[in-house]
Design a protein around this ligand. Sequence first.
Ligand SMILES: Nc1ncnc2c1ncn2[C@@H]1O[C@H](COP(=O)(O)OP(=O)(O)OP(=O)(O)O)[C@@H](O)[C@H]1O
Length: 226
Amino acid sequence: MSQPVLYLKNANIFQDNILILKNLDFEINKGEFFYLIGKTGSGKSSLLKILYGDLPLIDGVGEVVEYDLPSLKEKQIPFLRRKIGIVFQDFKLLNDRSINDNLLFVLKATGWKDKDKMHSKINEVLTKVGLQDKGYKMPFQLSGGEQQRIAIARALLNDPELIIADEPTGNLDPKTSMEVMELLNQIHKSGKTILMATHDYSLILKYPQRTFKVENGEVFEVVHQQ
Ligand SMILES: Nc1ncnc2c1ncn2[C@@H]1O[C@H](COP(=O)(O)OP(=O)(O)OP(=O)(O)O)[C@@H](O)[C@H]1O
């Protein structure tokens, strides 16, 4: 039987006491790949923030990777984030250190201690994204597409149950966007659950997956025409 990695029921999402999304009701099962589409300002990021604990769920019920959202405590958030890999539009790499040190920083911050295990994990995730020979470089020495692949490698470090990608191709040219999509697809095929927000319909047409649309404060599933 399929198992939900996340669900929201009767959820209303607020930013600064303003209702942004109402009556959300959806679930994502293990191994699925979902898009969240919608115009700028429609509320995609707000919805994702609820899911990774950056915004509290104050109205409605929901669970993400076995964490109950309405009762989520501040001190649980780092543990929730270990089970979720998050990829942002602007990569969010630390520019004052090498790629290896960026990855090492995350491992240490999430409780890893054994040096050999950390090095082999870094090698494993860099190999997954095809950048095993770039670990010694500084982020600014890499192209935008390479930086995003490093950000995806970073998201994989703790073997997350869910990957949340917020406009991961938003800063990339069309060709590089396709390369990042190929990589996300490959990661999906390896068994990961992915939820990706985008406003780029051409990506969805090229890589069709189940799609939720955010519009006029509501979220509903879009049925693709075959
Ligand atoms: N921290 C905040 N405080 C108050 N209002 C906010 C905050 N963040 C977002 N909003 C408002 O919430 C609404 C939804 O924003 P959100 O960032 O979720 O949209 P989005 O669909 O992700 O758009 P984008 O693609 O531009 O990020 C917008 O009207 C925005 O102005």
